[in-house]
Design a protein around this ligand. Structure first.
Ligand code: EPZ
Length: 420
């Protein structure tokens, strides 16, 4: 079994380029189903969740042409609804987007229950509520979700939770409805905006993405056409390298970023006394300059501190001076990585939704597991900072969302490699 091995203590210097956003790529790849046309999608991250999404699309009848490892041409004219493979779909939360895309185009969808990182129940009641609001009947039987409607009628959609997935599915289904839909309490994440921008480039009329109220105008019989679109940079990958630089760095420049998307993390860096410079499309972190102060972090929907940066940030707080707190407000149990960090000497106490992190801690290398995607990234960061050798298994979960993380960290001076 392939593992990642890290010898800790190495200083990081240099420049690293961020890949396209996983959480924008997945909805946009499935949204091509709505166009029933040829699309060219660029700046895709070369990660297993993207490869799996393309595999599922071709199972459904799409024709995929790999132009490069970051560009594909997708012809969705031949897609048939209800054809996605049960076992493929259950490997990834992003598969939920097949529902909204198939329903929007065919007024019918049948998809196996989605899977995804295991940190608590991942309900889809808000997705189903959105489909109901637009006139669809939704059933959950034999492991499949089936959604269908004679016609989808534009309507108000009120989300109880600012759910990223439910907002994305509501937008896609609304693109197939007749009249105006108003999605209230929408998620405001950059990847929701990226999806809206892609669909508008295909001829949709979506206004307000990035705010809590999104309006979708769709005429009966209107259809979208394919387009060429480049995915936004991955803010979570960028934040992960910012934390690596703060923990181990000299000066590290992280390029191909949208600094505004990183504001919640940058603000915390400033609180901690870490020097950060913002360029137009880059962020420079000056690590190792003076003491890192403790701080308290609470995850919230965007523009709050992203839950997908939680495990990685906890590692940085372990290295900071003083007692810090990490409070997880989005998922019930995103703390499973704490047990793995304990193996490396981190004494973190979790009470309900809050972890107490009495830094600074001395971390020592150990054999650990990547319990989920971002937990895996945290284990790599802990390995960089630890004294001695850390081996990380179950690295498939890391490869779901990080494009060439070993190569990118090596290029900055980390002593990191794959081992069998
Ligand atoms: C997306 O998951 C991302 N996944 C997650 O990233 C990310 O952590 C999450 O958004 C929050 O930003 C993809 O984009 C593929 P939610 P999603 O619906 O859509 C509850 C990563 O590491 N909820 O915003 O599943 C839910 O249980 C992954 O890249 C309901 O109760 O997140 C959670 O507590 C991990 N009912 C909260 O809302 C619903 O119908 C937010 O979930 C839907 C969600």
């Amino acid at each position: 079994m392939k593992k990642i091995l890290v010898n800790g203590g190495k200083r990081l210097e240099g420049r690293v380029e961020v890949s396209g956003s996983k959480n924008a790529a997945l909805p946009i790849l499935f949204a091509t189903i709505l166009t029933g046309d040829i699309n060219r999608i660029e700046n895709l991250p070369d990660i297993s969740d993207v490869r799996l999404s393309l595999e599922i699309l071709s199972q459904m009848g799409a024709k995929i042409e790999r132009v490069s490892n970051t560009t594909v041409e997708i012809d969705t004219r031949g897609v048939r609804p209800g054809e996605s493979a049960y076992d493929s779909v259950r490997m990834m939360r992003g598969s939920t987007y097949i529902l909204g895309a198939e329903l929007g185009r065919f007024k019918y969808s049948r998809v196996g229950w989605p899977g995804g990182c295991d940190f608590g129940v991942r309900p889809i009641d808000q997705h189903i509520k959105a489909f109901h609001s637009l006139g669809a009947e939704v059933k959950n039987e034999n492991g499949y979700i089936t959604a269908q409607a004679e016609r989808l009628i534009g309507a108000p959609v009120y989300l109880d939770i600012a759910s990223v997935g439910a907002t994305i599915n509501a937008i896609m289904a609304a693109c197939g409805a007749e009249g105006q839909s108003v999605i209230d309490n929408s998620a405001r994440e950059p990847h929701v905006v990226d999806l809206a921008n892609y669909l508008n480039s295909c001829g949709a009329s979506i206004r307000g993405a990035g705010t809590a109220i999104i309006k979708v105008q769709s005429e009966p019989g209107a259809h979208l056409s394919g387009s060429e679109y480049a995915i936004i940079p991955d803010m979570i990958e960028a934040g992960t390298y910012m934390i690596a630089a703060a923990a181990m760095g000299g000066t590290v420049e992280i390029t191909n970023v949208i600094p505004k998307h990183l504001e919640a993390l940058t603000a915390k860096f400033i609180e901690m006394g870490i020097e950060v410079e913002e360029g137009d499309e880059s962020v420079i972190v000056h690590g190792g300059r003076g003491i890192m102060h403790n701080t308290n972090v609470k995850t919230l929907p965007y523009p709050g501190f992203p839950t997908d940066m939680h495990p990685q940030m906890t590692v940085l707080l372990c290295l900071a001076n003083g007692l810090s707190h990490m409070t997880e407000n989005i998922f019930e149990n995103r703390f499973r990585y704490v047990d793995e960090l304990a193996r490396m000497g981190a004494n973190i106490r979790v009470e309900g939704r809050t972890a107490e992190i009495p830094g600074p801690m001395k971390l020592t290398g150990a054999p650990v597991r990547a319990v989920d995607l971002r937990a895996g990234a945290a284990m790599i960061l802990a390995g960089l900072a630890a004294e001695g050798t850390t081996t990380i298994e179950n690295i498939e979960s890391i490869e779901r969302g990080y494009d060439n993380v070993v190569g990118k960290l090596s290029s900055l001076g980390a002593d990191i490699k794959y081992v069998e």
